[in-house]
Design a protein around this ligand. Structure first.
Ligand SMILES: [Zn+2]
Length: 216
């Protein structure tokens, strides 16, 4: 995903629009994804001092379903980092939800089986789209909720495992992604990647890549 950021009314606003297309792109799914991303990314209160002012960081992400034809048309015309395109299907060639081939892309292919809007995957993919990689640290035991960008297989305290009774690292003994939370340092990491273009800050890249049903 790409996004833009600007300062308005005492806030640093990070704005993005995601156009959903593909078999599962409908209004209820768009609403659920929008709610998940905004809820998770606005959960930590991050305040940044800028020229004697304390600015709160706020994410404003809108998700809207469009037809295949509308998606194609909007991609052709798009020159804005604010705009993203995500195709939602049952399956794809990489067998997971993804945002392009690198980090910070504005085009993705997500799987409906990833509980989009009902867990943390949509918010996690949004993080990749903003340029965040998985952390190097893969053991968060003793540190509370695991960060949003922690990948599957991460070691966590027993209460955050799929099965709290499983041995760490054994079957059921890794992170259940539903427990991930955005950490303030993840938001700082996003802002550190923003570049000023003269008018506002841009985050990520415009690839405008139209995926087919299988994620090619
Ligand atoms: Zn990931």
């Amino acid at each position: 995903m790409s996004a833009i950021a600007y300062i308005e009314e005492g806030e640093i606003r990070v704005k993005a629009v995601i156009f959903l297309y593909g078999k599962y792109a409908d209004a209820p799914l768009a609403q659920a994804i929008e709610a998940e991303i905004n809820r998770m990314w606005n959960a930590p209160e991050v305040v940044i001092p800028v020229r004697m002012q304390l600015l709160t960081v706020r994410f404003r992400v809108e998700v809207e379903p469009v037809s295949l034809e509308e998606a194609r048309q909007k991609m052709q015309d798009n020159r804005s980092h604010e705009v993203n395109f995500v195709r939602v299907e049952d399956a794809n060639i990489v067998e997971r939800s993804m945002m392009g081939r690198g980090l910070g892309q504005n085009s993705g292919h997500w799987l409906i089986t990833d509980q989009l809007g009902q867990s943390t995957t949509a918010a996690h993919e949004f993080g990749h789209a903003l340029g965040l990689p998985h952390p190097h640290q893969l053991d968060y035991r003793g540190t509370g909720y695991p960060p949003l960008m922690a990948p599957r297989g991460t070691l966590v305290d027993a209460v955050f495992q799929w099965n709290p009774l499983a041995e760490p690292g054994a079957y059921g003994g890794t992170m259940n992604p539903v427990h991930r939370r955005v950490r303030p340092e993840e938001i700082m990491d996003v802002l550190a990647r923003a570049e000023f273009n003269g008018d506002y800050f841009i985050i990520g890249e415009i690839s405008n890549y139209f995926y087919d049903e299988t994620g090619r």
